[in-house]
Write a protein that binds this ligand. Structure first.
Ligand code: TRP
Ligand code: SF4
Length: 327
């Protein structure tokens, strides 16, 4: 399918900063899709509230960080509409209207609902807002009339729900929304510096905004193949998280060299990591430069412009929905 209208969202939660996992999982395709259709990229602060409603003080600071992350990787506000979810009030109206026709069972069946509740057991997210999370996501998508949604694997079920809601709406009231399809980035499962999946909550992430020296400090003590206790012990690169990062950020010759030298203990882990540090830093450098440029600019104005463009589209959609639903 040829993408015409593309929509995706990022939550301003946690430390508010995007890491290499976010780049591989989503941002990379956001950038690529900019030249393939009309793009709407949202910082979804209402979604952040579904899990952080008890601790809201960081949300707006996080919004600025996430915005800088988006701009620094090359989301171009001239090409794409970059906006804040809560600035488009029509989203809340459509959320209410679609809520009238969304069966409770559909929301209760979403696997992330029970999983997240179990995972975030330190807070009470047995709330109406949290149950409604995937419906709010559906609204984000359909209010822009998006047909293509670049997301990670973990969002596939949310997209299925969105299509079910669209079919139900179109069936009940008349044709209005396209059925949104996920645009999946095949993610090389990116490990963090402790070998587990790279994640904000594990504290093992390399952030897009990390300075070169920070990247060095994080990679140097990084977990490697346990077989290489001494410099003379040969290793198995496939069992080394540093090697997984090599595969994502080093050149083919370097990957081949590191792999064969590791197997015959021809290279020490520190030297191997030095190559990796250089490559990750070379990869992040253009991001750092763009970030510095944008940090000096009034990024709030960029968001304002995006908010206006997003709201204009949302107003068109909501007018049609009101007419179809007779309210
Ligand atoms: N649920 C998405 C996530 O956790 C974030 C999101 C909110 C989103 N609204 C969206 C993604 C709309 C795509 C489209 O990553
Ligand atoms: Fe990992 Fe490189 Fe050490 Fe091999 S040499 S275990 S690939 S860090």
């Amino acid at each position: 399918m040829i993408p015409r209208v593309i929509m995706s969202g990022i939550r301003p939660t946690g430390t508010g900063a995007a890491h290499l996992g976010h780049w591989e999982g989503a941002l990379k395709s956001w950038v690529k899709l900019q030249d393939m259709g009309e793009c709407f990229y949202s910082i979804v602060d209402w979604h952040a509230l579904t899990t952080e409603y008890q601790d809201v003080k960081n949300i707006q600071g996080n919004v600025r960080q996430v915005l800088l992350d988006m701009l620094s990787v090359g989301i171009d506000p001239e090409k794409s509409v970059v906006y804040l979810q809560s600035a488009v009030k029509e989203i809340s109206e459509l959320f209410l209207l679609l809520g009238m026709m969304t069966p409770l069972g559909w929301l209760e069946r979403v696997p992330t609902f029970k999983e997240q509740q179990a995972q975030l057991s330190d807070r009470d997210i047995n709330t109406f807002g949290f149950l409604g999370y995937p419906l709010l996501q559906t609204v984000d998508i359909v209010i822009m009339k998006a047909d293509t949604v670049p997301v990670g694997e973990d969002q596939v079920f949310h997209l299925e729900l969105a299509r079910e809601i669209v079919r139900r709406f179109n069936g009940l009231y008349g044709d209005c929304f396209p059925e949104p399809q996920p645009f999946l980035t095949p993610i090389p499962k990116l490990p963090g510096v402790d070998g587990r999946k790279m994640s904000k909550s594990y504290g093992n992430a390399i952030y897009l905004s990390d300075a070169a020296s920070v990247v060095e400090e994080k990679i140097k003590p990084m977990v490697t193949d346990v077989r290489r206790k001494r410099r003379s012990d040969p290793g198995v690169p496939e069992d080394c998280p540093a090697f997984a990062l090599h595969q994502a950020y080093s050149k083919a010759e370097e990957i081949a060299m590191v792999a064969s030298e590791c197997r015959r203990a021809g290279i020490g882990c520190l030297d191997c990591k030095k190559i990796l540090i250089n490559n990750i830093n070379a990869f992040l450098d253009p991001f750092r430069q763009r970030r510095r440029r944008y940090e000096k600019m009034a990024v709030a104005d960029i968001l304002e412009t995006g908010n206006r463009r997003a709201a204009a589209r949302a107003r068109e959609t909501i007018a049609r929905v009101r007419a179809l639903m007779n309210v």
